[in-house]
Design a protein. Sequence first.
Length: 364
Amino acid sequence: MDFQTRPWENRLGKGEVCSVKKKTRAVVVCGLAFLMCIATACHSRTEREKAQANVPEFVLTYAENQAEDYPTTQGAYKFAELVYERTGGKIEIQVNAGGVLGDEKTVIEQLQFGGVDFARVSLSPLAEFVPKLNVLQMPYLYTSREHMWKVLEGSIGDDFMNSFGGSHLVALSWYDAGARNFYSAAKPIESLEDMKGLNIRVQESELMMDTIEALGATPVPTAFGEVYSGLQTGKIDGAENNWPSYESTRHYEVAKYYTLDEHTRVPELQLAAQPTWDKLSPEYRSIIKECALESAKYERQLWAAREKISENFVRNAGCVVTELTPGDKARFQEAVAPMYEKYCSDYVDIINAIMEAGKAMSAH
């Protein structure tokens, strides 16, 4: 059988031909091995880059003192979700609900030095750090929810959001917290006279303590988590809060009389720590602000629904709900009138603008 002979094989001996073939195979094998190494290295680098791309640039904390299912807490989760999505996973915000990072005053202090990065807080403790906010929690300031939101979403609200200079806090968005009403354990509050002699739990706020004293009762600053036992043991005779808080904390079990006086309709604020804010790029700040405003709209929808559910629940549980007559409510308003001079003498123009907005709405 004839085999085709390569030209170079005619010029080499048999042993030399074998040697050349072996060397050729070795070169091919080495080349393949080299290519495999490059491919492996490229794959590893790609996987490493993917892993790095999924690692957040910032992992930040958010303090919330309410329960997991509460509207403000759900608003916080929505905020964290939106920020994560819109930064491509570069900012992860971990929500700590149930007050695990401390009461609101403690959280505000932590925000000031960056111990906590974000929080939702009530205006009562916050006004101790930004006194101008006292205007927005003056008793009987608003005529309705619509009146309050018209104020907050207009130029007056913008002015307040820009009043945090020097506080080491950054205001992001307003959250709804409904209207606060009184509730009591032993008897219903049907008139101003019924307030006399009662020990009423309040937040740690000078303004709220003065409000209770102006109405003839004794203010008792008490941690939020201790209100139930205080009502149960008689350490306090009553407290004040909105429908969802009254229901979710089960305070209705130990204080079944709820009086709709709407003494304060105080919004709440989402805040960022100034030290944290200063670390973020302008792009990240813009995204966070946008997400905060969007989460606030979501929270307001949840609040309205939850408020109705809570009201129906406690009414069905046998609680006694009292609505003040216009005459009785006017007496409550008259009792606190001197407080406006004490707390708002520097902001008379703002107070007047807020009240005029309410009158204009009533006229329509």
